[in-house]
Structures are given as structure tokens and as C-alpha cells.
Write a protein that binds this ligand. Structure first.
Ligand code: ZN
Length: 132
């Protein structure tokens, strides 16, 4: 799981950062250099996304990817963020049968997997259900 250079250079990586297109005002995540909506370049600015969203769809993963063996079964969901973009993230701190489509989640910063060969532990965002 290589971390793209872009992410390492974000000053505060605890923020969920996307981009806003200065041309059509759409919010993009992950950030890109060309807006997929209006196809213009060069007007994209960093945008700090709200950490709330909803479960759009999900699957329960029983066979783990490398480094996730101690976490199965886990829920991998497409989360539609309040700001518009969707992202794929693990749902943390829940039993797989608790998750339903439409559930509200907040994005939390968590350890992503086991240490890699170079001893680095990767962190990233996961979704956590907001319980009523
Ligand atoms: Zn645009």
C-alpha cells in the first residue's frame, strides 16, 4: 500500500482533503489535476471535506487482503460524503451485521494495516457508524 507523494506532502494529513473545481464548483475526492465534470485544468484548489457521510453500498470481506488478516470479517463500504464525492473505506468499530445502506458515518483516522517490510504502519480514514 504505497502512499502517493501528494498525500505525504499535505501539511495536515489528519484532514480529509479533496479539491474544489474553481470552474464548476464540484468537490472532488481524491484530488486530481483535471476536473472530471468540466474537464478543465489548473483551477483545482485543496478543499477540506466534512467528515460525515452515508453508506451507499457495502460488502462484507471474509478473505483479507495482505496485512488485514487480523481484521476479517470486515465491512468495506462506498461512503457518499456530505460534500458530494464518494470514497471506499472500511467501516470500523462494528459487527458486519450492524451496517445498513443509508447509515450515517463519520470518517475517523485509524491504523490501516500491519507494519510493512520497512516497518511503517499505514494510517488512513475509516468510516465509523454514528449511532442514534
Ligand atoms: Zn469542474
Amino acid at each position: 500500500m504505497a502512499v502517493p507523494r501528494f498525500w505525504r506532502e499535505i501539511p495536515n494529513r489528519y484532514n480529509l482533503v479533496g479539491a474544489r473545481c474553481g470552474n464548476c464548483n464540484k468537490i472532488l475526492f481524491p484530488p486530481r489535476s483535471i476536473c472530471p465534470f468540466c474537464r478543465r485544468m489548473g483551477k483545482l484548489e485543496p478543499y477540506r471535506l466534512k467528515r460525515k457521510g452515508k453508506v451507499f453500498s457495502y460488502t462484507v470481506v471474509h478473505v483479507a487482503a495482505e496485512g488485514f488478516e487480523d481484521q476479517v470479517p470486515y465491512v468495506l463500504a462506498i461512503i457518499e460524503l456530505e460534500d458530494g464525492p464518494s470514497l471506499t473505506a472500511q467501516i470500523t468499530d462494528c459487527n458486519p451485521d450492524e451496517v445498513k445502506i443509508g447509515d450515517e458515518v463519520e470518517m475517523v483516522f485509524r491504523r490501516m494495516g500491519e507494519e510493512s517490510q520497512d516497518g511503517v504502519i499505514y494510517y488512513g480514514f475509516k468510516g465509523r457508524l454514528i449511532k442514534p
